[in-house]
Design a protein around this ligand. Structure first.
Ligand code: N2P
Length: 346
């Protein structure tokens, strides 16, 4: 929308508005920074229509990219979406501001399980967006035999050589490697990190790409046959290509919640608040789940979910599966991860 049509839309919304809109200057807009392939266009249209607030969306591919952007001065965003294992890092570095989320309208719609989570005990800073798990997918057309073990990903069968896709960030790759090797996350033990490094170096010749963008496309098009993957992205790939299958490995999976927060110094904090309250309405959470194929934290959204989601093999996580929600790593652990990663990429 260009500026003129946008102003017309804002005026129209103001005339039919309820008065609530007067507290937020609609024409100032709302700037959102979210993971790629993660924001339902319908959700944004609905928010714009209901509030007259024009949304601008930018996307990123990993927590590390988001962190670097937030640190590099005023990025100008009002809303960011970040993984549970990065929340404390953002808080410590003063990158997100207190929103006192439990006072938001709709907060009580959040399932008890997801209120006051380990990464934000009092919901001072965040509300949940959607959550999922990380393991791997297999293209069953080309890889007829599947091993329900992370071994298949980290020591891939010969025929998968050059057809393996890994996510493109140290936290994603190394935390899964640690899980496979039976180590707690955020290792600072040098001998253990050496083992992680050796595992990844040995896997590298089979890897076609380390990239967190475009994972759905690469799985759908069979460009990769074996891919480190999130369950929801795999569900979307399977909708395009029924040969794509998500594997729940014996060793377990890493789990994460993505969280909505307001960057420190956001220029439209009131609009950000309204967006958070909008996300806390069950029909709106369902729009996000229906688009992303991830589970949200609002049980009352289930009547609005697409039937395919309720039966999705990727979202129906086996009951006894071990799910490790990673904590925020210490600076020392992050330094070691970066070292392993830099070595791997050279
Ligand atoms: C975006 C999926 C992001 C999930 N396609 C990672 N937390």
């Amino acid at each position: 929308m260009n500026k003129t049509t946008y102003l017309l839309a804002a005026t129209a919304a103001l005339t039919i508005g309820t008065g609530a809109i007067s507290s937020a200057k609609a024409e100032d807009g709302l700037f959102i920074y979210n993971w790629s392939d993660y924001t339902a266009p319908e959700l944004i249209r609905k928010f714009e229509k209901e509030t007259g607030i024009k949304v601008t969306l930018d996307t990123f591919d990993s927590n590390e990219t988001l962190l670097a952007k937030m640190k590099s001065s005023a990025a100008g965003y009002d809303i960011v979406v970040l993984n549970s294992d990065f929340v404390e890092i953002f808080v410590k570095q003063g990158l997100i501001s207190k929103v006192d989320a439990s006072k938001l309208r709709g907060f009580s719609n959040i399932a008890p399980r997801w209120r006051g989570p380990a990464w934000d005990r009092n919901n001072d800073y965040t509300i949940p967006y959607v959550w999922g798990v990380t393991a791997f997918s297999v293209n069953t057309k080309y890889l007829k035999e599947q091993t329900p073990s992370l071994r298949m990903l980290f020591s891939p069968p010969g025929e998968a050589r050059g057809k393996v896709g890994m996510l493109g960030s140290p936290s994603e790759v190394i935390s899964l490697a640690e899980l496979y090797l039976g180590m707690p996350p955020c290792q600072t033990d040098l001998a253990n990190m050496k083992k992680v490094s050796e595992l990844l170096e040995a896997q590298a010749p089979a890897v076609k790409v380390y990239n967190t963008d475009g994972v759905i496309d690469r799985m759908s098009s069979s460009e990769v046959w074996l891919s480190q993957a999130w369950n929801g992205d795999t569900a979307r790939a399977r909708a395009n290509n029924p040969d794509v299958k998500f594997v729940f490995p014996n060793e377990g999976v890493t789990g994460w919640m993505d969280n909505v927060a307001v960057p420190a110094g956001a220029r439209h904090p009131e609009n950000a608040r309204r967006f958070m309250e909008f996300l806390l309405q069950p029909e709106n959470a369902a729009l996000t789940s229906n688009f992303t194929h991830y589970s949200n934290a609002l049980p009352a959204s289930s009547p609005f979910l697409d039937a395919s989601l309720r039966t999705s093999t990727e979202l129906n996580i086996p009951e006894n599966l071990k799910i490790v929600f990673n904590p925020a790593c210490s600076e020392e652990a992050i330094k070691l991860m970066d070292r392993v990663w830099t070595r791997l990429k050279h």
